[in-house]
Ligand binder design. Structure first.
Ligand code: KIV
Length: 262
């Protein structure tokens, strides 16, 4: 069993070239499995809007919903560092608003850090949150909260902009950065240029760590599966088989049997 992961663990891992493993989780049973499997970072991502709530984007997710999910995840986790994802419009309106909402993740929900999307445009907000003692993970490249501005979920190729965003968020005090939907060569350059760990999703193998959405990895998401996802299990098939058997056995009068009756 690994010991409690902190920011220092992550810096040490980057220095030694050890890969950081991150995964999302949104509820108690899955958070426990993720934690017990040796994952270093658990992100309670606003992706929950799409994989748990059935929304078509992450935009409708609210602060209260994020606090609720982060709190139930934190009850299950012993070792991983928990990061609460700041939902759309919980930080963009300004520093005070952002600090107050970031604080809720630590005060009410048991997170150790927050994540927010954006580069140079949110560097002042990253600085303000970091300065009150709340570690901030940044997120650049394909940023799902800007889906309408990007014209869809598109790989981002503007190397100059990505590099300047990365350097600016590091200077603002971010402890780590998610690189999403970025060609491998660009993420490699960014990873080498930064002292903080980069965590990639659809950003190739050269990042300091990797993250996936849990429901994609487990085959729990029956919607579009992006190219960067590897399905390590097919839980939907397994679950449907079990549920179908239950339906059949109830209808056939086989369940409950004597052994399940009082
Ligand atoms: O919301 C989320 O799950 C994320 C990860 C995909 C990085 O932002």
């Amino acid at each position: 069993m690994q010991s409690q992961v902190t920011i220092k663990t992550l810096y040490r891992m980057k220095e030694k070239g050890e890969k950081i493993v991150a995964l999302t989780a949104y509820d108690f049973p899955f958070a426990r499995m993720v934690d017990e499997s040796g994952v270093h970072l658990i992100l309670v991502g606003d992706s929950l809007g799409m994989v748990v709530q059935g929304e078509l984007s992450t935009l409708p997710v609210t602060m209260d919903e994020m606090v609720y999910h982060t709190r139930i995840v934190s009850k299950a986790v012993r070792n991983a560092m928990i990061i609460g994802d700041m939902p759309f419009m919980s930080y963009q309106p300004g520093k005070e608003h952002a600090i107050a909402n970031a604080g809720r993740f630590l005060k009410e929900a048991g997170a150790a850090a927050v994540k927010l999307e954006g580069g140079a445009a949110v560097s002042e907000i990253i600085k303000a949150i970091s300065e009150v003692g709340i570690p901030v993970m940044a997120h650049i490249g394909l940023t799902p909260q800007s889906v309408h501005q990007m014209g869809g979920y598109k790989v981002q190729h503007d190397e100059e902009r990505l590099m300047s965003d990365a350097l600016e968020i590091e200077a603002a005090g971010a402890f780590s950065v998610v690189l999403e939907g970025i060609p491998s060569e660009i993420s490699e350059k960014i990873t080498k240029a930064l002292t903080i760990p980069t965590i990639g999703i659809g950003a190739g193998p050269h990042c300091d760590g990797q993250i996936l959405v849990l429901h994609d990895l487990l085959g729990l998401n029956e919607r579009h599966i992006p190219k960067f996802v590897k399905q390590y299990a097919r839980i939907v098939d397994e679950a449907k088989n079990g549920i179908k058997q239950y339906v059949e056995e109830v209808q056939a009068g086989k369940f409950p049997g004597k052994e399940h009756s009082y």
